[in-house]
Design a protein around this ligand. Sequence first.
Ligand SMILES: Cc1cc2nc3c(=O)[nH]c(=O)nc-3n(C[C@H](O)[C@H](O)[C@H](O)COP(=O)(O)OP(=O)(O)OC[C@H]3O[C@@H](n4cnc5c(N)ncnc54)[C@H](O)[C@@H]3O)c2cc1C
Length: 380
Amino acid sequence: MNKVIEFDEAQSTLYCEAGCILETLQNHTKDLGYMMPLDLGAKGSCQIGGNLATNAGGIKFIKQGSMHSNCVGLKVVLADGTIIDQMDPHVTLPIGYDLKQLFIGAEGTLGFITECAIFCPPYPKNRQVALLASNDYEQIMKCLQISKKELSSQLSAVEFMDWESASIAMDYLSLENPLSDEYKYYILIEMSGNSQEELLQEQMLELLEKLEDHYEDGLMCESETQKDQIWHIREGISMAASGYGLAFKFDISLESKDFEDIILKTQERVNHLGGRVLGHGHIGDGNLHLNTVMKGFKDMDTAKQIKEALQPFVFDYIKEKNGSVSAEHGIGLLKTDYLGHSKSSEMIGYMGMLKKVFDPKGILNPYKVLPDHAFKPGTD
Ligand SMILES: Cc1cc2nc3c(=O)[nH]c(=O)nc-3n(C[C@H](O)[C@H](O)[C@H](O)COP(=O)(O)OP(=O)(O)OC[C@H]3O[C@@H](n4cnc5c(N)ncnc54)[C@H](O)[C@@H]3O)c2cc1C
């Protein structure tokens, strides 16, 4: 289950088995001059089957789109052993229902993915990375809006982190602060393409000029090492939070203008318990990782109080803002009761009906995704 089947250069498409590790596929396609359209912190351990099952987003989402758009073929084994083979995109795509889309993001509740075909664009020859900082969140939003408008399809990633997140990662990874001071908020902007490096550099400098009034400090990376270091800080936050002590993690989706508000409100709720709130994520597509950490392991009573301070507060906030209770990490077992915060009862009803069609006995990932009332195994 972990073999690359082939790379079809004419179609820029990778065919592989579902157990391939994402990073292995990234290296494989890079060697051929192509790029996996997905990149995320867990790349060294996650498998492409898991990425598809969770409809993983990651840092390239803003440019490359979701697994729904990049997965052009899928082979799935259903609960009764039936094999749905939609691996040849040319034969199956243009007509009828696109069944494979049902299995992407279904977290293995409708079928088990065994093979996939992923569209991989050419690997961009050059990239430029800038890190900008401000104490005013509104200015970070301005930087986001202007970067999106000015760079358009050359914008390959825009990431947000607050000081709490950046500093915990720098401490954990023993990295120096790349800027000369501490700021409340940071935005990492990456552009990439096949233009010559000098041209890309010029374009980034032009962008920074346009952003001049909206950041207090910043840098444009001068070497590949520096680019990697900046990315290392951003990608190290999740691991640093887990290593810090007790960590309560939410992965939510909401309009990026509300990021600061929910971070501050969450911090207010856990201040008296000694909780430290970290906010970071893919600001370009409204995905916020909202983590609350505590140094070392405190007693169970404090842990319970923190949990109660956070939940259902975070999910209710999301509901009010029409956001999603999970952005990238799926619903799993723990968030089924909150699915209704982000999906209507009609949608959940139809999801339950689909589950009955594909897995009437409920043997595939039982109790995941759907709340109890939406699906009862073995019932009509
Ligand atoms: C440090 C870190 C950073 C992350 N950053 C991001 C990010 O930026 N963007 C993002 O989207 N996500 C992110 N994630 C979450 C990530 O999407 C998932 O961890 C990953 O995509 C799941 O792949 P996996 O192989 O680990 O799956 P698992 O965790 O093993 O499984 C996830 C679910 O999919 C099901 N599943 C697994 N394989 C299959 C299969 N072949 N067929 C059907 N169902 C299957 C499992 O049963 C389970 O329900 C991050 C996670 C970590 C730990």
